[in-house]
Each structure stands twice: as C-alpha cells, then as structure tokens.
Design a protein around this ligand. Sequence first.
Ligand code: ADE
Length: 288
Amino acid sequence: MNGKRTPADYVFLEKLGQGSYSTVFRAVERNKSSRNYAIKVCSKKHIIREKKVKYVTIEKDLLNNLAQGAHPGIVRLFCTFHDAESLYYVLEYVSGGELLGLLRRNGPLPEAWSKHLFAQLVDTVDYMHSQGVIHRDLKPENILLSQEGRVVITDFGAACVLSNLGQSKDEDRAASFVGTAEYVAPELLMYSQCGLGSDIWALGCILYQLTQGAPPFRGENELQTFEQIVALNYKWRLPTTPQISTLVRRILVLDPLQRPTSKQLKQEAWLSSIEWNDKAFLWKGIWQ
Ligand code: ADE
C-alpha cells in the first residue's frame, strides 16, 4: 500500500460497536472492490482527556506485531491513519457479530459448540501468551464470530506486554476501571495485579457462560459483582457435565498461580478430542 490513507478513501457505513473511547464502523474502500472493513475510530481529545494514549499506542503496536494474519483467532490490522480529530484502525471485518449476540439469541450453547469455541479461544490465548501479550479484557463482546462461526478476538485497547516477572502492576488501570465488571480477575480487584492468569480467569468465566447462558458473577451493581468475585460466590444455574464443572472450578481460583496455564488447558480431559495441530479441524466454524 503506497502512502498514508485518509478517511476520504473509505465510505463509512453502519456502526458495528461502541467502546469506551472508540466507535467501530463497517466501511468499504471508495472506488474499489466491495471488500468490507471494520474501522475503529478513536477520538484524540477523548484519549488525551482520559489518559489512554499509552493504550492506543500499545494496541496499534501489538496488532501490528502480533496479528498480520499470523493467527486466525486474532483480528487483522490492515493499516492505521489519523486526522486532526481521530485515530483510525482499519481492521478485518468479522461478519458473524459478537459472541455475546449468539448467547443472547440462543441462551446456553450445546456442549459440542461450547467445546469447539472454547478450544479456539484457548488456542488463540495460548498464541498471545507465547508472545508475551495479556489481553486483559476478554469477554463475549470482544469475541467476534466469522460467517462460519469461528472466533476472532478483538479490542486490544487494554492489553499489555508482559514484564520479565510475568506480572504487571497497573494501578492506573485498576483505579480507572471501566467496562464490564463480570470478567475481571480477583487479583486486579484485590492487589491491582494483572498477569497471564487474569486472561485464564476470563476464559473460565466465558466457559461457564457458554454452557449456562450468563456469566458466573453478576450482581445488581458493579460493587456486588466485585464482592461475588473476591468471595468466589457463584452457583450453577443449569445441570452440566462433571468435566465442565471441574474445569471451571479449577480455573476460577483466587490465586492466579494455581490456575492452569493456556498450555495446561490444551491437555484438559474435556478437550482431549481436539486435534490442536490440525488447523483445518480446529478452525472449522460451528456452522460449517
Ligand atoms: N465490531 C467490533 N469490531 C468488529 C470487527 N472487526 N468486525 C465486525 N464487527 C466488529
């Protein structure tokens, strides 16, 4: 691609989503083929006012280094540009909508779907973690589904790169916590600490939600939700298999070091039917 793009190179279509400091639109290139893109537009004024400059820079660098088509479960970033008001990220358009939408429409998913989607999530998180990247905001709104029903993780706006210690102390983020409380790990609430284990915690919450239709921790307000998280206070709403409930119980523990790593998750009994190295098998959509 020669030269920097500008917003005038694209036709902006409907709004796809709204983040805390960005809006995502479907767009096509002006005078070009009908290929769709998802363009994330971040207001510069808002980013500066909310002190998010660090995060938008990290998101761009991470997606540039991490994705580039290297992993099917991570949204591709094609290019970035800016004008006086905004930053623009031209992302892969993922047409099946958010996993949250699928859960809202269908309620709890059949076990075979849950297993297949969870295996794709584990494979993607394992790749991210092997690159030293913690997503820190995994939740069904940030998990998109392709047309065939494959997962694509998006929104790396809260991500960080691991320090040598494997933990990142982030009082900034803990103090300014915004967004969905339901998936936040107890160590962030209790010690302002966030590590690879925090993504694993979110995976545990998401696995529960795939099979139960709602997340494990949900109070009437954020404070109640936080209280339930640090007290590990959750109940099963629907009958589930012992393999799933055991796995969720092993993931949702307060000490992040006692949680399985992404590599260990791949060895789980419940996932023993998954051919991790057979990409065609693993990345088949649930509707294919
Ligand atoms: N909503 C947020 N990001 C999106 C993307 N990349 N594709 C489709 N919908 C989205």
